[in-house]
Design a protein around this ligand. Structure first.
Ligand SMILES: [Zn+2]
Ligand SMILES: [Zn+2]
Length: 161
């Protein structure tokens, strides 16, 4: 979504935007930032003499992948926006890339570590079982991974036989 600021030519003029907007999913450091729902945007834009200043709030929900268990989880987000666009750096005031600005602000508000919960137990390093859902029988600290495969094999054979 681009916004048109050409009607804000006079220094001191301002406008506000209150909208539910779609922010497309994007990628950051090989991490997919999914945006399953609309976001609430409440933004005020003012023309200072040499820049446009954007202030306001963006709130919504992201879908992120947990660093430990690799499951998706929803992350609620509220971002304070404070952005200054220098006029000399704005290519065209009829087409300000608002989505790009909002995506950058979302990145700044991301958690340092994506965890579905503080207590996420992650995956078993041997069999890959999601330990939040079920404990497995692996001896994770001591077992030789090759033995683990064998053990798994016998367990399966047991079930099938
Ligand atoms: Zn998790
Ligand atoms: Zn396991």
């Amino acid at each position: 979504m681009n916004i048109d600021l050409s009607n804000l030519k006079e220094p001191g003029s301002s406008k506000s935007i209150q909208e539910r907007i779609k922010i497309p999913a994007f990628e950051f450091q090989k991490q997919e930032i999914e945006t399953p729902y609309l976001f609430d945007l409440d933004l005020n834009i003012i023309n200072t003499s040499d820049s446009f200043v954007l202030t306001g709030q963006l709130s919504g929900v992201l879908s992120l992948v947990c660093n430990r268990c690799l499951e998706k989880f929803e992350y609620e987000l509220q971002v304070e926006i404070e952005e200054e666009l220098l006029k000399e750096e704005v290519e065209s005031i009829e087409r300000i890339n608002l989505i790009g600005i909002l995506q950058e602000n979302i990145l700044l508000a991301l958690p340092i570590k994506n965890l579905c919960s503080e207590n996420c137990k992650g995956l078993c390093t041997v069999c890959g079982q999601n330990l939040n859902e079920e404990e497995c029988n692996c001896e994770r600290e001591t077992i030789d991974p090759r033995l683990a495969i064998l053990k798994d094999f016998y367990k399966k054979a047991d079930h099938e036989g």
